[in-house]
Write a protein that binds this ligand. Structure first.
Ligand code: UTP
Length: 238
């Protein structure tokens, strides 16, 4: 089974001194040792936001800000690599091709951002599409996809399961409201829809939840099952 896991920066490293990076690395290593091919995409979190805000104050343009964000995602990817064993490629992949090559060699592929104008949500979906993954897992700080932004709308309800076109509609609505943030970005939702990729959005602050979801399909988040999605991974059949 081939799985791409997107680990948000604030999930992976809420602070640099935390044990969280090691805990994530332990789960990733144990999944790999069970024979699962893994691509890991790491986000920038609060550190990226701090750099971006500082540079915005200097008058940097949006592409320059994105480039800073990409650098921080790659720094976080390097941090995760320091905690992973020999099975990981030695440096973050800079392209989908390089990540695909790492996977073909039998390494765990780790990467951050790729190009301005998007986030690592889209990178994760694109990598999953590129390597034809069986499953894409978004480990975020929210426990799934809601009908609206739960922080601003008390009537928001969580989906246990949804189709990819529903995901696109929900995210488009949330993104229209300035200041609200969606669990995955619109480009990612579109890529999931077009690739018929089976995906899960879950609260990844406890990395064990990622491990359980990949191994068994059990989780408290949202299953996204696009039209034409592959059957449940055979791995999950007891
Ligand atoms: P993240 O993927 O962490 O974005 O990339 P985010 O949505 O702000 O983070 P979370 O999900 O809330 O933790 C950080 C920044 O890096 C740039 C963007 O500016 C993004 O906001 N970036 C990242 C790119 O421009 N391109 C990429 O491929 C990835």
């Amino acid at each position: 089974m081939k799985v791409v896991v997107s680990i948000g920066g604030s999930v992976l490293a809420p602070s640099l001194g935390s044990e969280r990076v090691k805990a994530h690395a332990t789960v990733v290593e144990s999944l790999a040792s069970e024979g699962i091919d893994l691509g890991i995409v790491v986000g920038g979190g609060g550190v990226a936001r701090e750099y971006i805000n500082a540079a915005r104050d200097h008058g940097a343009n949006e592409i320059q800000l994105d480039q800073l964000g990409i650098d921080v995602t790659r720094l976080n990817a390097r941090l995760l690599l320091t905690a992973l064993g020999e099975k990981a490629a030695p440096s973050p992949a800079l392209t989908y091709e390089a990540a695909g090559e790492a996977l073909r060699r039998g390494d765990i592929a780790v990467m951050g951002g790729v190009t301005p104008g998007q986030t690592t949500d889209a990178v994760s979906a694109a990598l999953a599409e590129y390597v034809n993954a069986d499953l894409l897992v978004y480990a975020t700080s929210v426990n799934g996809v809601y009908s609206a932004d739960p922080r601003t709308d008390e009537d928001a309800t969580r989906f246990d399961e949804m189709k990819a076109d529903e995901l696109v509609d929900v995210i488009a609505n949330i993104e229209m409201n300035a200041g609200s943030s969606a669990p995955v970005d619109l480009l990612a939702a579109k890529l999931i829809e077009r690739s018929s990729m089976r995906a899960i959005v879950l609260d990844g602050t406890d990395p064990e939840r990622i491990g359980t979801a990949v191994r068994t399909g059990e989780h408290d988040g949202t299953d996204i099952i696009p039209e034409g999605a592959k059957d449940e991974p055979t791995f999950w059949v007891p």
